[in-house]
Design a protein around this ligand. Structure first.
Ligand code: 13P
Length: 228
């Protein structure tokens, strides 16, 4: 078994469409000082676009070991694309970008082709694309090394997948896309169930929605990951 102290563990907060700038900064001021600087634990916060600048500034000023990510990015370069946030501009704030979340596929017509374009934009701008797959059949574009398995039935329902099934999907993805692809699990993760997922050898962390909004709940999830 790979020791938990040796594998990378990503703990990623996806705030979705929540938090004003003030609420975002309050969250950072609570979570930031609680984080230990640990080589193998990567804590990422993904606010709305409008909060990225202030969140990044607060993390830099506080010198917190917290990585900033976005929840999406434009499939195009900068230019005449009204309403879009291109990777070349986002890169001043973020290191990671979530791409292909099921909520974007369902509500905003995000297709596998758009996911490919967004991944290219991210990689061309030195941003790590975190591609969400809804099951084994979702394609992962070339060059992607960070994937989140998020079955739709588990998102926001309080009904997570089993760690065994998540691990078997991770095994499939590792066989298909390479052992060096890190696989996360997302869907109704909380401080009570996070251990069952990250204790699987081939699961490298969690993508957390609802339970990431409350700083105390999110800190508890991180604490489980750091004390294992
Ligand atoms: P919940 O943790 O609220 O189920 O959301 C999961 C998710 O979609 C994270 O991207």
């Amino acid at each position: 078994m790979v020791g938990l102290e040796t594998k990378n563990i990503w703990v990623i907060a996806n705030w979705k469409s929540n938090k004003t700038v003030q609420e975002a900064l309050e969250w950072i001021s609570v979570v930031g000082p609680k984080l230990e600087r640990r080589e193998n634990i990567r804590v990422v916060v993904c606010p709305t676009f409008n909060c990225l600048s202030e969140v990044k500034k607060a993390i830099t000023v506080g010198n917190f070991p917290l990585i900033v990510g976005s929840q999406d990015l434009s499939p195009f370069e900068k230019g005449a694309y009204t309403g879009e946030d291109p990777a070349s501009i986002l890169k001043q704030f973020i290191e990671v970008a979530i791409v292909g979340h099921s909520e974007r596929r369902k509500n905003f017509g995000e297709t596998d082709e758009l996911v490919v374009q967004k991944v290219k934009q991210a990689i061309d701008n030195q941003i790590i694309p975190l591609v969400c797959v809804q099951g084994k059949e979702t394609p992962v574009p070339e060059g992607v090394k960070l994937v989140a398995y998020e079955p739709v039935f588990a998102i926001g329902t309080g009904n997570p997948d089993t760690p065994e099934n998540a691990s078997s999907v991770a095994e499939f993805l590792n066989q298909k896309y390479g052992e060096d692809t890190e696989i996360l699990y997302g869907g109704s993760v909380n401080s009570n169930n996070v251990e069952s997922f990250i204790s699987k050898d081939n699961i490298n962390g969690v993508l957390v929605g609802g339970a990431s909004l409350d700083p105390e709940k999110f800190i508890k999830i991180i604490e489980v990951c750091t004390t294992l």
